[in-house]
Ligand binder design. Structure first.
Ligand code: AVJ
Length: 323
């Protein structure tokens, strides 16, 4: 993080104005919403790492166990000498499982919006795998920034964590279509997807008893206060998360606990009591849903792995020929 708010480099200034524009547009709309990617500033990323350790948040440990168990099969399917491209790499604990399972890996290219995360991850990986070529790409994984991956190697994408669940179905399809182009005709994608299950179990995963998820959601207010000179009173808003069985998704909001006015980047916004700012969707899929999603994005499911309780799925998707 920058020590002084007066000394921002060019990239930080760009990030700051992107955040401001997105927040102002989001607060101006009738259904107030702020894109989920802005939850991940340094503090938000640290809180998310804490979420992953919570007893109620089964996703991370379940997916990691599935990957541990099936990394060998993933390695065999991918074959030797491919390039591994990770979308939204985070702290890359899971990537190591693949890096170690892939023979003669030509390259590892993590894509992440957080420069800090990316640099730290790249440094650790280079230290631990001195012969591995690591080419970090600082970008929004949705943007599919030109990757400048020189290698002609076959491309294996990796999109773990059920991050795809943050995307509404149309966006999830467009993500997959773009990923498919990037990964090319002979490419494949290892995708982690959270499964539909007992709504109570889902509810608890997003309403943990330690309040870490609430802190993660409300950190967005802190970030606006710090970066946009906003005046949110954190005690006057609450985290709200519930499962909507019709949409098949967790919905997350910041709810105003009273009628109040807030200044953000010099503009005033009024909140009614109970008025909400939407921050996240977390879509849950069943096998038919995963199948339909894969097909809509130009992939076919080559293999599905789940845990015994069927909480989470890791699918190996192969690109299908496109006209
Ligand atoms: C990173 C999008 C997969 O939806 O479970 C966790 C984010 N938000 N708790 C999820 C999240 C609140 C997470 N994803």
């Amino acid at each position: 993080m920058n020590g002084s708010p007066l000394l921002l480099d060019r990239a930080e200034l760009d990030d700051r104005s992107e955040f401001r524009d997105a927040v102002l547009a989001g607060l101006d709309s009738t259904q107030r919403a702020i894109p989920a990617k802005f939850l991940y500033d340094a503090r938000g990323s640290a809180l998310f790492d804490e979420i992953c350790e919570l007893p109620e948040y089964y996703l991370t440990r379940t997916e990691t166990a599935i990957l541990q168990q099936h990394a060998g099969e993933i390695g065999r399917r991918a074959g030797p000498g491919c390039a591994l491209i990770e979308f939204g790499s985070g702290s890359s604990v899971k990537s190591r499982l693949l890096i170690e399972a892939l023979a003669e890996l030509a390259l590892y290219a993590p894509i992440d919006i957080s420069r800090e995360h990316l640099d730290a991850t790249a440094a650790r990986l280079r230290r631990d795998y001195p012969t591995l070529k690591v080419e970090p790409v600082c970008a929004d994984y949705m943007a599919m920034a030109p990757l400048r991956i020189e290698s002609a190697a076959r491309r294996l994408g990796f999109f773990p964590g059920s991050t795809i669940g943050n995307l509404e179905p149309a966006d999830a399809t467009s993500f997959l279509k773009r990923a498919r182009r990037l990964l090319r005709e002979d490419g494949a994608l290892v995708l982690g997807v959270d499964l539909k299950k007992d709504p109570q179990r889902l509810h608890e995963a997003y309403n943990d008893s330690a309040g870490v998820t609430a802190a993660f959601t409300l950190n967005l207010l802190r970030r606006m206060n710090r970066e946009l000179h906003a005046t949110f009173d954190l005690a006057a808003f609450a985290h709200e998360a519930f499962y909507d069985p019709v949409g098949g998704r967790i919905e997350i909001y910041i709810r105003s606990l009273r009628e109040q006015s807030v200044t953000v980047a010099g503009r005033r916004f009024d909140f009614a009591e109970g008025e909400r700012i939407h921050t996240e969707y977390s879509y849950k899929y069943d096998s038919a849903g995963i199948e339909a999603l894969a097909r809509s994005g130009g992939f076919r499911i080559a293999e599905t792995w789940t845990d015994p309780a069927r909480l989470f799925a890791v699918v190996y998707l192969e690109a299908t020929p496109q006209k």
